[in-house]
Design a binder for this molecule. Structure first.
Ligand code: NAD
Length: 249
């Protein structure tokens, strides 16, 4: 049913790969033949995620907000795989759904540390390997919140706007290599991240989507699969909208 790509020579790292968008995208890459390395901070979820694949996948516990943990995860990944050709940065948190004026500095920093700084640490850890092999495809998962700015999601929106800026910069810096760095900006999807926020905030996000429904994780995986495939040989430093008509730019 879905477009097929030859990923038989690909080795993919998926952060936040133990559940949600990361896991569904990892399954799609695996179905296309890629070897899978799931990175996540939740070791129980990582163990459970193995059952979602019909072939062995590697799992590595990592906190992407800690650069030393990321370096260790990269060392563990390259110990068993000489190439890393695909990277999906899906790990992220929502943070509390409160007005920006009520945000504690601690909550603000935690969201920025994981969603933005963590995405930077992982890109920085993986890109030297991609440069050395002159090949790589990266997708950073931003959000429509990073384009639009959602009320009661100040830290989240700011972190995802930062991911968009980081992606544009890295894409240009890597453009003379056969490396593509792009990001996606999904609307709300029904995953466990929604458990972190209020029903009122979920209703607000849903009310803003002209399609009138949540985006499916499989729909996100279809976009990600092409972006991470060898067929995506030209487009880089770009923002791919999957917001169901909410952000038409
Ligand atoms: N679900 C949505 O509505 C939606 C919409 C737009 C963007 N996104 C983004 O998509 C990405 C995936 O979200 P999801 O919906 O799959 O959520 P999810 O909660 O189902 O999955 C997130 C995963 O990231 C992991 N993670 C969190 N912090 C981590 C850390 N510090 N180090 C390593 N792993 C960590 C979690 O353990 C979890 O497995 C996130 O970046 C999120 O912001 C989600």
């Amino acid at each position: 049913m879905y477009a097929k790509y030859d990923m038989s020579k690909e080795v993919a790292i998926i952060t936040g790969g133990a559940m949600g968008i990361g896991l569904v995208c990892a399954q799609r890459l695996a179905e296309n033949g890629a070897e899978i390395i799931l990175w996540d901070r939740d070791s129980e979820a990582l163990e459970a995620a193995k059952a979602a694949f019909n072939k062995p996948v590697a799992t590595i516990q990592v906190d992407i907000s800690d650069p030393q943990s990321v370096a260790a995860a990269m060392a563990a990944s390259t110990k068993h795989h000489s190439r890393i050709t695909q990277l999906l940065n899906s790990a992220g948190i929502a943070g509390p759904a409160v007005p920006t004026l009520d945000y504690t500095a601690e909550d603000w920093c935690q969201v920025i540390d994981i969603n933005l700084n963590g995405t930077f640490y992982v890109n920085q850890a993986v890109l030297p390997t991609m440069k050395a092999q002159n090949y790589g495809r990266i997708v950073n998962v931003a959000s429509v919140a990073g384009k639009e700015g959602n009320p009661n999601a100040g830290a989240y929106s700011a972190s995802k706007a930062g991911v968009i800026g980081l992606t544009k910069t890295l894409g240009k810096e890597m453009a003379t290599y056969d490396i593509a760095v792009n990001c996606i900006t999904p609307a709300a999807a029904q995953t466990r991240i929604l458990e972190q926020i209020t029903q009122q905030h979920i209703d607000y996000m849903l009310s803003k989507i002209p399609r009138g429904r949540f985006v499916l994780t499989d729909e996100i995986a279809s976009m990600v699969a092409w972006l991470l495939s060898a067929e995506n040989s030209f487009t880089t430093a770009s923002v791919f909208d999957i917001s169901g008509g909410r952000a038409t730019y």
